[in-house]
Design a binder for this molecule. Structure first.
Ligand code: DWN
Length: 396
């Protein structure tokens, strides 16, 4: 039974970067109510009323996974590891974005699935790409004649698909008998530990725990046999899944993560009620900092036009009253305006200049990479504001 625990108010689609802030454009902006629920039976944490995926994954999808060095390195590392460990003949990726993961394999053995046409067009010249939503129909089309996939990889995608039944049935059909499916997504453990409520937005229909994934897949002749924690996106989990009767043994790592999740009470509604209280306190503290800095005439910008900051800005009502502009390296975000609060987005070359006193870490998950890049800003006294895991100013 689904029980609501968090209300993040009226939100726009996190990907709806606006081409202009004129009244005609703003009048067409779409908003929905974002609330988050916990299912007391299967332990799934999800957006209560998901948005139709057709309105989200269009030919104007802005996010490019290759934009950060951290992600380029992380995907190359896991691709090499999978190649060595499993020697797959066929590798399929669901939600291949700009190819940052799958390009690491020989193009003869790869199959990419990507519903956003602009992204699929980027990779289809380089390797086989299906510009479609993942479904049983598509799985049957792909594997009608060819051999099944030995590896199915999907990072930051399965959590975006509302219909898990269709998703896992299609995966079960596509996987070879001893094949392995790897699902990587921000973990519920990290979200609860870090109070990173901005991992909730329209696209993150689910924030998974190993407990929930294990329950979800076992209905479809599949089995979770291993997990691996990673640092990416502020704490993610790779879930390793095989067919029910495949030879893989349940690992100690999986048993220990399940124990940790139970210790953290990720199977109890009260945990999420307490989390919701901490989220409200976080909003209050963040606004206090912004107000105080503006009273002393400080110039604040935001670093990284992330989808996560759509949640923060719209939940906390942070607009140009506090933030002059947002910087982002992604070309197709520059010159646009943030969803809902309409803050202009500039390139870092234009925006990270000596007039900036404070930068809100919209891309807090890349803190290490950003601090390294912005040594000069820090050296001259520039500071970052973050809300994860606690609201504070950095460096101290
Ligand atoms: O699941 C999803 C995740 C993985 O990616 C999505 N549905 C969409 C997107 O969410 P996000 O925007 O919150 O993700 P990121 O990867 O945290 O976005 C970082 C943004 O910051 C990018 O637009 C690039 C930008 N950036 C920057 O301007 N300077 C990043 C770095 C590291 C930098 O130095």
């Amino acid at each position: 039974m689904k029980k609501k625990f968090l209300n993040l108010d009226k939100q726009p689609l996190a990907n709806s970067f606006l081409p202009s802030s004129d009244s005609k454009t703003l009048s067409k902006e779409f908003f929905y109510n974002l609330s988050i629920s916990f299912d007391t039976i299967n332990y799934l944490v999800s957006v209560t009323d998901p948005v139709n995926p057709k309105s989200q994954y269009t030919d104007k999808y802005a996010h490019r996974a290759s934009e950060s060095l951290t992600m380029r390195k992380a995907f190359s590392k896991i691709a090499n590891k999978l190649e060595k460990k499993y020697s797959p003949k066929i590798v399929m990726e669901i939600g291949s974005n700009d190819g940052v993961f799958i390009k690491n394999f020989s193009k003869k053995k790869v199959i990419a699935v990507e519903p956003c046409r602009n992204l699929a067009n980027l990779t289809k010249q380089k390797f086989k790409t299906y510009p479609d939503f993942w479904s049983k129909k598509l799985a049957k089309k792909i594997f009608k004649k060819s051999r099944k996939a030995d590896i199915i990889f999907s990072a930051n995608t399965i959590s975006h698909i509302p219909n898990l039944k269709e998703t896992f049935e299609a995966i079960e059909f596509s996987l070879s008998d001893n094949g392995v499916m790897i699902i990587e997504d921000p973990s519920l453990l990290s979200v609860i530990k870090n109070n990173s409520y901005d991992q909730f937005y329209d696209e993150h229909v689910y924030v998974f725990s190993a407990l929930a994934i294990s329950n979800a897949v076992e209905k479809y002749n599949l089995r979770l046999f291993d997990v691996e924690k990673t640092d990416t996106h502020g704490g993610s989990m790779r879930h390793y899944i095989c067919k029910k009767h495949a030879s893989y043994r349940t690992t100690i790592r999986l048993k220990s993560v399940i124990n940790e999740e139970k210790k953290m009470k990720l199977n109890k509604f009260t945990t999420f009620k307490k989390f919701s209280k901490r989220v409200k306190e976080s909003r209050k503290k963040l606004l206090q900092i912004f107000k105080k800095l503006k009273l002393s005439n400080k110039k604040i910008i935001s670093y990284g036009a992330t989808y996560k900051s759509t949640t923060v800005f719209n939940y906390c009502k942070i607009n140009q009253r506090y933030i002059d502009y947002v910087t982002d390296t992604t070309l197709n975000k520059q010159g646009k305006f943030t969803p809902g609060q309409h803050i202009p987005i500039l390139s870092p070359e234009k925006g990270m200049n000596s007039s900036v006193d404070y930068a809100f870490l919209g891309a807090w998950n890349f803190k290490k990479e950003i601090f390294k890049k912005e040594k000069d800003f820090i050296r001259r006294g520039g500071k970052f504001i973050t809300h994860v895991p606690k609201v504070k100013i950095l460096p101290k």
